[in-house]
Design a protein. Structure first.
Length: 289
């Protein structure tokens, strides 16, 4: 008689028995060897199939959660306990740093991560920063499965569709911490790049990206760099960015004086945030196409 098994489908395409009920588990001598082989395969693929349901309920893991599009930030702010501070900022802010509100650990209902990117939008009377979801309809939470009440029984429950499940066991699929670290680092690198502006020196060629001189290559004549008083760089979690000596790094503002050709006496002022180093192959002056 064939023995019952608790194995998942084999990676070579063969079909293994489905998961048994709690009253029909019978592990024979052949099962441990085959189970070990499958676990090795799954570990090589980065899949944690060796986690039992009891361990998922007892330890915290990252999970991906389906939600209603356009409500990702509302859910994330509620779970992180910062809905009051972020309510006004979500409409748009003149400074990107205003989005990085420091979280009070005592108010956190559940650790949550909403991948996002920032857009600098131009309105008729002003420029504003807005945060846009990078994964529409999906957020990431870190919790024990028996502590998910804030998701399904709180004010945001109507916007939650459910966990992304393991298609074999139909359980919420845990995401390894190492994979989430890599993923978050890739998303947060966008912010690091956006604030690490290059320092332009006289003689540098730059390409203007915004304004009346959009698309023109110009030469930097002077860099009027100044430090913004009482403003310091922050990361995406609202923490101060420190230098090698442990001191907060101040926010610096660069205003460039540029000219459009070598003979032109008149100079134009442009914000360094609106220019990039001229690409390779661009002309010394003129329109870059």
């Amino acid at each position: 008689m064939e023995q019952d098994s608790i194995l998942t489908p084999v990676t070579d395409g063969t079909t293994a028995p489905s998961e048994p009920s709690s009253t029909s588990v019978n592990v024979g001598t052949a099962t441990p060897r085959l189970l070990s082989e499958l676990e090795d395969d799954h570990q090589r693929e980065g899949i944690r199939y060796n986690l039992s349901k009891e361990r998922l309920y007892a330890t915290k893991h990252w999970y991906a959660v389906y939600c209603t599009p356009n409500h990702e930030f509302q859910i994330g702010d509620y779970l992180m306990g910062r809905e009051d501070q972020m309510k006004k900022v979500r409409r748009g802010s003149s400074k990107k740093e205003n989005f990085f509100v420091q979280v009070d650990p005592e108010k956190v209902r559940m650790e949550c991560f909403v991948p996002s990117v920032f857009l600098h939008l131009k309105y008729s009377d002003r420029m504003v920063w807005k945060e846009k979801v990078a994964t529409p309809g999906i957020i990431f939470v870190r919790c024990k499965l028996n502590e998910r009440d804030p998701l399904f029984y709180g004010p945001v429950a109507e916007y939650i569709t459910g966990f992304i499940n393991d298609r074999v066991r139909h359980w919420p699929m845990p995401i390894p911490d190492e994979q989430m670290e890599v993923f978050r680092a890739a998303i947060e690198a966008e912010y690091a790049i956006s604030v690490e502006r290059p320092t332009f020196a006289p003689g540098d060629r730059v390409l203007v990206l915004e304004g009346a001189l959009n698309g023109r290559v110009a030469e930097v004549v002077e860099n009027r760099e100044r430090v913004i008083k009482n403003e310091y760089r922050k990361d995406r979690q609202g923490q101060l960015v420190l230098d090698a000596d442990g001191n907060p790094i101040p926010v610096r503002k660069q205003t460039l004086c540029i000219r459009l050709n070598a003979e032109l006496v008149a100079l134009f002022e442009v914000d360094a945030d609106k220019v990039v180093p001229a690409p390779q192959g661009a002309p010394d002056y003129g329109v870059y196409e």
